[in-house]
Design a protein around this ligand. Structure first.
Ligand code: C2E
Ligand code: MG
Ligand code: MG
Ligand code: MG
Length: 291
């Protein structure tokens, strides 16, 4: 449908715009109900060491489990939640649940070895965050050095001294900072020397282009990843590749010196019950080599 101009030059809403407004309103309602009735879940996806496939940590990924609509992924929710401000409450809820899940995993495997990576929106860096996080960690007997704060360039681009102060405080407290979706922003590289980054997460588009497209594209992708890896290591950062779906991608990334990775090859994100069952049946996530 096209947009039409009304008689007075006023824009007349057409059906598609109405659909968008309606869908938006529906999502807002799902968010409110989800917060009230506890529909938000923190799913976990393992992050494995590329040298041996052992689990190094888990990324918490938000899911809204709506009683009628089913599982709603974050794509549609986060943008709206950021605009309306509900992201702060969602973030608190995910953080609390994810830390509880990490404690459950530790109780199961009897170690304190794995870490937990949590995604943060710019609006979550309130002055109260370090205190809130410290209280949660104390309650669940988790050491701060097992927590990774995942941020994107959007957080750093705000150039808000309060946000940077909170990040610095979290880092001094022992939490690590990961720069997510690295390489897709405007000036990813420039943030490496201006902020206390510990982990660089190479965006999944780089992983994808390693094994698709022309030979030239693949060769250049290998060079890009190798370059990012070299710079990151020289700055003392660990490198994690996102979106690993094939054995070929795993082996290429391993040979390029990337430390860790996550992707459907190892495991899809899953709710805590399923994750505990999987960990119980096999302490290692083994890629399906038959496929
Ligand atoms: P992200 O942090 O870059 O997370 C990685 C995304 O890639 C996840 O999508 C994950 O499910 C997906 N993924 C993992 N392995 C593969 C793979 O092998 N192939 C493909 N095609 N995709 C893979 P998801 O769960 O839909 O999350 C999307 C984005 O939403 C996240 O990107 C993150 O930016 C944001 N997000 C998720 N949870 C939260 C949260 O609790 N708070 C905030 N603020 N943002 C969140
Ligand atoms: Mg992330
Ligand atoms: Mg990412
Ligand atoms: Mg991404």
């Amino acid at each position: 449908a096209r947009k039409h101009d009304g008689k007075n030059g006023l824009q007349v809403f057409d059906a598609s715009m109405l659909d968008t407004a309606r869908e938006r309103h529906e999502i807002e309602q799902c968010i409110e109900a989800g917060l009230k009735d506890d529909h938000f879940e923190a799913w976990l996806q393992p992050i494995v060491s590329l040298s041996d496939g052992q689990i190094a940590g888990f990324e918490a990924l938000m899911r809204l489990n709506h009683p009628e609509k089913g599982i709603m992924p974050p794509g549609k929710i986060i943008g709206i939640a950021e605009e309306t401000g509900t992201i702060a409450r969602i973030g608190d809820c995910i953080l609390e649940k994810a830390i509880r899940h990490l404690a459950d995993i530790s109780a199961l495997d009897g170690t304190q070895n794995t870490y937990l990576a949590v995604n943060f929106s710019p609006l979550q860096f309130e002055l109260t965050l370090p205190h809130k996080l410290a209280a949660l960690l104390l309650k669940h007997h988790i050491s701060p050095n097992r927590i990774v704060i995942e941020i994107t360039e959007a957080v750093l681009m705000l150039d808000n001294p309060e946000v940077h102060g909170v990040l610095k405080q979290l880092n001094e407290f022992g939490c690590r900072i990961a720069l997510d979706d690295f390489g897709t922003g405007y000036s990813s590289l420039s943030y490496l020397n201006r902020f206390p980054v510990d982990i660089v997460k190479v965006d999944q588009s780089f992983t994808r282009s390693l094994s698709s497209g022309t030979a030239d594209v693949r060769r250049k992708s290998r060079m890009l990843i190798k370059g990012i890896r070299t710079i990151s290591h020289q700055m003392g950062c660990t490198v994690v590749a996102e979106g690993i779906e094939t054995q070929e991608q795993w082996q290429l990334l391993r040979k390029l010196g990337v430390d860790c990775g996550q992707g459907y090859l190892f495991s899809r994100p899953m709710p805590i019950g399923k994750m505990l069952a999987m960990l119980e049946s096999d302490s290692e996530v083994k890629a399906n080599t038959q496929g």
